[in-house]
Design a protein around this ligand. Structure first.
Ligand code: EPU
Length: 339
């Protein structure tokens, strides 16, 4: 039977470092553990909360039900051919450790996603992305436990309905599946993706002319470390908001009023705005409010300076959201899950 603990602090299980407690807490190491746990009265109380790395969650209150920590581990090759290797990773693997493992083996595709906090299972949930690459670009399929039937099901890329920080698991299938493993299609003939400006600049700084996957990973690690706070030092959950998308015509209006605004045209005719820029223009960058604030090097990242409560961070987020709307008429919405 899976051990279920009562009244446990979740402080070390969420990267914001918020000290809320879970009425019940259990750790699962396998799909069978999950199947057993689902039969327990604590699970049947309803509203279980699944925690991977706890890096994309803002806990605003104590959790009344069961919190489930995903500790499923294991990485294996499913198949390989002259160009690709299909690698299956258990959902509880730490994402960055998985990336480093792939780099060590010479498997290309995930190096631009180095140092993203969180677990492998959270990757497809919100289609993690950084520096010109999204998880969907290297995704093959995943296995997930249907929480009603207790059967494992396979999801193809199409079935996951990936979008910008989106998947079917955040919408139609929310709380219906437990992702147990993800299979990636990686390349054995490394061609690196250095289209994101900051990577090129960083590689130049490092005097690297013909980068391989290790060099790209090192460059990404250097960029992230220079402007994103390390959650082990300063509690945070990465970008708090998603970058908003607006119509091209509205973007032109914004651009004439604000010539330095940062926007990237998308294939669908919309323009994606840099929320960090919008927030900085509203004067929030580096501002400390009580025990939390917007980070001094990346306004999009909200941080816990120590002792903040989740509701304090959420109040700050709402204040930022309204001031961005007042100044620019643009709605920004959280990327993190607010519980
Ligand atoms: N900017 C500002 N002020 C700021 C922050 C950013 O003016 O305080 C401007 C920058 O100068 C730049 C633009 O905004 O021109 C974009 O900034 P950056 O390259 O840092 O990327 P981002 O759009 O803020 C996104 C992801 C990050 C990812 C980076 C790099 C989202 C919500 N965030 O941030 O992902 O690492 O691109 O690809 O899409 C995360 O999701 O948690 C995350 C960290």
């Amino acid at each position: 039977m899976v051990k279920i603990l009562s009244n446990k602090s979740l402080k070390s299980y969420n990267t914001f470092g918020l000290d809320v407690s879970a009425r019940y807490l259990a750790e699962v190491h396998s799909v069978d553990d999950m199947r057993k746990l689902i039969q327990s009265p604590e699970y049947k109380l309803g509203n279980p909360l699944f925690l991977g790395g706890g890096s994309n969650v803002l806990l605003t209150k104590d959790v009344e039900g069961l919190v489930i920590r995903n500790l499923l581990k294991g990485i294996s090759i499913v198949s390989e051919d002259a160009n690709n290797v299909f690698v299956k990773a258990a959902s509880g693997e730490v994402w960055h450790e998985f990336v480093l493992f792939c780099i060590e083996k010479g498997w290309a595709g995930v190096e631009n996603l180095s140092l993203i906090p969180g677990s492998v299972g959270a990757g497809p949930m919100q289609n993690i992305g950084a520096y010109g690459v999204e998880l969907k670009d290297v995704f093959h399929e995943l296995e997930a436990l249907n929480l009603d039937t207790l059967e494992l099901e396979v999801f193809s890329k199409d079935q996951c309905k990936f979008g910008y920080r989106e998947s079917v698991f955040k919408h139609e299938l929310k709380n219906k599946y437990f992702i147990s493993s993800v299979t990636f299609k990686l390349s054995v003939n490394a061609t690196v993706n250095t289209c994101y400006g900051a990577i090129k600049q960083q590689l130049d700084l490092m005097h690297v002319e013909n980068p391989g996957i290790k060099e790209v990973s090192d460059a990404v690690i250097a960029i992230r470390s220079s402007k994103l706070p390390n959650p082990k030092v300063l509690g945070n959950a990465g970008s708090f908001f998603k970058n908003p998308e607006v119509d091209a015509s509205f973007f032109s209006e914004l651009k004439s009023a604000n010539p330095t605004i940062v926007g990237y045209p998308l294939d669908n005719g919309q323009v994606k705005l840099a929320a960090g820029w919008l927030i900085e223009q509203c004067g929030w960058k580096g501002k400390v409010v009580g025990n939390c604030g917007s980070h001094k090097d990346q306004a999009l990242v909200l941080v816990n300076y120590g002792g903040a409560t989740g509701s304090e961070v959420y109040a700050l987020a709402l204040a930022i959201k309204s001031s961005v709307f007042e100044k620019f008429g643009v709605e920004i919405n959280p990327e993190v899950n607010v519980i």
